[in-house]
Ligand binder design. Sequence first.
Ligand code: KG4
Ligand code: ZN
Length: 347
Amino acid sequence: MKKKTMKNNKFVTLGIESSCDETAAAVIFNDREYKSNIIASQTDIHAVFGGVVPEIASRHHLEQINAVVELAVKEAEITFDDIDLIGVTKGPGLVGALLIGVATAKGLAFALKKPLVGVNHIKAHSFAALLENPGLKPPYLSLIVSGGHTDLIDVKDYDDFDVIGKTRDDAIGEAYDKVARVLGLGYPGGPKLDKLATGGAADGDPHGVEFKRVYLEKDSFDFSFSGTKTGVLNYLNSQKQKGNEVNRADIAAAFQLSVIEVVVEKSIKAAQKTKHDKIVMGGGVASNTLLRKMMEEACQKAGIDLYYPSAVLCTDNAAMVGCCAFYDYKNGKEDGLDMDAFANLPL
Ligand code: KG4
Ligand code: ZN
């Protein structure tokens, strides 16, 4: 007799994510009702090296992936037979890491005789907020701020994306992590720097020292963060040489303000130019305290609705991958068992 499960005639997608240092699997009912969202993070393993080591990441994905997928199925109270679609991140990301998720997804699709969809990781980030906002749908302007990307995307429809701005050098999360490292905060530094700068009663002074705001050409929606990052490193070196003590909370606050001011200003201008009344944030840095606060203020002033996912859906997860796979499949996308993984994958 077939085991009774929670499926209840819902369309069930299994999402799998392994593009960087999180091994993740999730079960989604219909378009965006996520029943499980399992994330095995490797952060502690890579922390001793001060950043993600690709070969180590691949090995750990391989060790974790089967258990993570099984747990996602179990927590959703379904069986493997209930799955209707398998969605997996096929890029961009670390190719060796991606291949573990892709191979697992292919194996499941073959064994269960179910369709397979390879998903773009950035597109998935831009869908993460949908999971918590049942009424939210394109068109909107998406701001993706992560460890690997900083993009402004004109999302015209579920399958119609236009990247109108991106970083020309470091991603914003990368700049955060590098500045945090020289401030001695450890890895990953973004959340630690956030906490140091906006730590409540002990908030840093963002105007004790000013760092460069980089806007690039007038009307450009591209970003550049490496100059600001280098400015912070040079300042810290010069203070050290002079034997001056620095207040780390002040430096953290000043750095944050210098990059976030630019991101907020460009996002509002981009929404106005593309005539969107909604901005949807995604990616790890979307959980940053100052970014959320300044975006909320600026959006309110401009009459724009702002959406961002809760912290667990900002960083890498498979619920967003499953959601994206559902819409891609609905729009006619399907991959074969010869699907590859791609380090670079344009939207
Ligand atoms: O989206 P994500 O998990 O991975 C990528 O696809 O890159 O983003 C990770 C990045 C890291 O650089 C991390 O330091 C940063 O997001 N991050 C933060 C915060 N939380 C995570 N940066 C600033 N403030 C935070 N609260
Ligand atoms: Zn990501």
